[in-house]
Design a protein around this ligand. Structure first.
Ligand SMILES: [Zn+2]
Length: 522
């Protein structure tokens, strides 16, 4: 650990050698040399922190060198990384970019009540709003060391190509890696909750969400058109298919989504069993647990990734492990919404593939994956034996290789190793979280919050340095976002008012379900 004492040395970042005296920013550099960084490397299940130089050619890590090795004398941008911690860029495995434009708008409420606010806020957006919302999240994530994201994009009221294009364009323009998985859903709101006639009382449920959704096949066709246009674009943008959740989709739509996922090798990403009400509706609709039903339907496989998966049945963890499916743990969102605790230690010990996500900025309320990783590390200490606690090293693996794996990027990103794309975050070790430097992984996960991010590299290109995003004008985006959000809150006032009518029946439903959840693993 003695080598970590170099933390106190100031870092000089951005030095360019071998390019002559002309301005280096005018030269299209294809080779990058991160000289003498303290690199977080993986050896088996363990992380080690070692002084190394990272050689990057055409956006790919080609070698991790002993720091004594000298860089080539020409044609390479050398970044003096002494005093910097080099970490694989994080991957946020579950987020919703449209909600970046309504951050702060929804009170702390359980999911079904919270959704009345969030759904009203994201309705009827323009293409520009879709673009700016994605930009807001991308800026925030890059600033906190997250280089890749799965964006489970809800275009409201229905999936629509031009706004999906706008979202993908934002990731293209800012230079972030993204899996854009458009949400499809074909049930009206009244059918997504186990509301009884007694719950509803004199409320006319048909008055809320009565507009018929687009037919399932039409929605899938739009998602497929989007995949045809964007999947693999610029080497950084891939696409997925994102059924909203079983309670919001007919079996026909789920089967069509699974078929699209199989035909085009797309990640199928879906919310699953986030709340007690969803579990109850699954039994009511399917006559069995929701996961058992989805497996019978043929929509669960190695390309399937479920967000939340909290309210599961005995045997479900083993079912998901056997199917090779992934689960994305969103501990901050789950706490904000009072949804429950995902049994993460049990999923991990059963060998289920796991990633971590922030979920929406309207229910987190940040896109900071370091905060989520800290929660994942500490939350499960409140239950079970300490042998099952989640270590900082495991949390780091979950936000790097784990999240990359469950989003379909496992062979592309998430490792500081030859053959992986160069998605790298450099943290300043001369900063509060890392002084004194005793355990870099523990201090990264449990002390750092993004404030020490010095430089962020995606696909071999620096997208954040010197305290700012290098690819877009953040101030202009923030100014436009504030204006758009204010206008939308005003324009959607009637939608908010209509949604509020459902609050009383949902609260009645909660009181009834609180006494009716025998048999669940909780
Ligand atoms: Zn979500």
């Amino acid at each position: 650990m003695g080598g970590f004492s170099r933390a106190a040395e100031p870092a000089t970042v951005g030095t360019v050698r071998g390019c002559g005296s002309s301005a280096p920013e005018n030269v299209e550099m294809t080779s990058l040399w991160l000289e003498n960084a303290l690199c977080l490397l993986q050896e088996g299940d363990a992380w080690s922190a070692r002084p190394r130089s990272v050689e990057i050619v055409d956006g790919t890590i080609v070698a991790i060198h002993d720091p004594a090795m000298l860089p080539p004398t020409s044609g390479v941008e050398v970044i003096q990384a002494n005093g910097l911690l080099a970490v694989p860029g994080f991957v946020n495995a579950h987020s919703h970019s449209p909600d970046n434009l309504i951050r702060g708008s929804a009170p702390n409420l359980p999911l079904e009540l919270w959704s009345l606010h969030s759904a009203a806020g994201r309705n009827d957006r323009t293409e520009r709003e879709a673009y700016i919302a994605a930009m807001l999240g991308a800026i925030e994530m890059l600033r906190c060391g997250t280089t890749g994201v799965l964006d489970h994009v809800r275009i409201s009221p229905d999936i629509e190509g031009a706004r999906l294009d706008a979202v993908a364009s934002a990731y293209r323009d800012i230079g972030m890696r993204a899996v854009v998985a458009p949400i499809v859903a074909d049930r009206v709101v009244a059918d997504t909750m186990p509301l009884t006639a007694e719950d509803l009382g004199d409320i006319d449920i048909a008055a809320y969400g009565r507009r018929a959704p687009l037919p399932a096949a039409e929605q899938i066709a739009i998602a497929e058109g989007f995949a045809a246009a964007w999947d693999g674009r610029d080497g950084r943008i891939t696409t997925g298919i994102g059924p909203s959740a079983p309670q919001r989709c007919t079996d026909e739509l789920l089967e069509l989504a699974a078929d699209l996922s199989a035909r085009r090798a797309l990640t199928l990403h879906m919310h699953l069993l986030e709340t007690r009400a969803q579990r109850a509706l699954g039994f009511e609709r399917y006559g069995k647990g929701t996961i058992a039903h989805l497996i019978e339907l043929g929509v669960v496989g190695p390309r399937t990734t479920f967000a939340h998966a909290i309210w599961i049945e005995p045997g479900d963890i083993e079912r998901l492990a056997r199917a090779g499916a992934g689960v994305v743990h969103n501990p901050v969102s789950n706490a904000r919404l009072g949804s429950g605790v995902c049994p993460l230690p049990r999923y991990l010990s059963a060998g289920v593939r796991i990633g971590l996500g922030t979920d929406s900025a309207c229910c987190n309320d940040s896109n900071n994956l370091l905060e989520t990783a800290k929660w994942a590390t500490l939350l499960h200490n409140l239950e079970g034996e300490d042998a099952d606690w989640i270590s900082p090293g495991t949390a780091l693996e979950l936000i790097t290789g784990g999240s990359a794996d469950v989003t379909g990027l496992g062979t592309v990103t998430g490792r500081l190793a030859p053959g992986f794309r160069a998605d790298v975050t450099l943290f300043r070790l001369a900063s509060p979280a890392f002084v004194p430097l005793i355990d870099p992984v523990r201090q990264l996960i449990q002390a750092e919050n993004g404030a020490a991010v010095e430089r962020v590299i995606v696909d071999g290109r620096t997208v954040y340095a010197d305290g700012r995003i290098t690819t877009v004008d953040e101030a202009a985006i923030w100014a436009e976002a504030a204006e758009l959000a204010e206008r939308r809150l005003h324009d959607n006032a009637e939608t908010y008012r209509q949604a509020a009518a459902l609050e009383v029946p949902i609260r009645r439903m909660y009181r009834r379900l609180a006494t009716e959840h025998e048999g669940c693993v909780h």
